[in-house]
Design a protein around this ligand. Sequence first.
Ligand code: SF4
Ligand code: SF4
Length: 58
Amino acid sequence: MSIDINRYKCGYCGTCVGVCPKGALDLIETWVEADESNCIACGICERVCPVGAIGVMK
Ligand code: SF4
Ligand code: SF4
């Protein structure tokens, strides 16, 4: 699976980081780091992102 984060859309609010049940997302200064090996493709981050900056593909 892959997590696609649009760096131009992302406002670094951290919402996706807080909701990920696997702790696969991390906000490092102005960069959202995705650990795809932990991602279970639940799609929660995609649904909560206020600006539609995340796409999750299985
Ligand atoms: S799809 Fe689910 S497990 Fe994967 S990064 Fe998003 S919230 Fe975390
Ligand atoms: S929820 Fe969306 S805007 Fe907020 S940090 Fe995550 S990807 Fe960026």
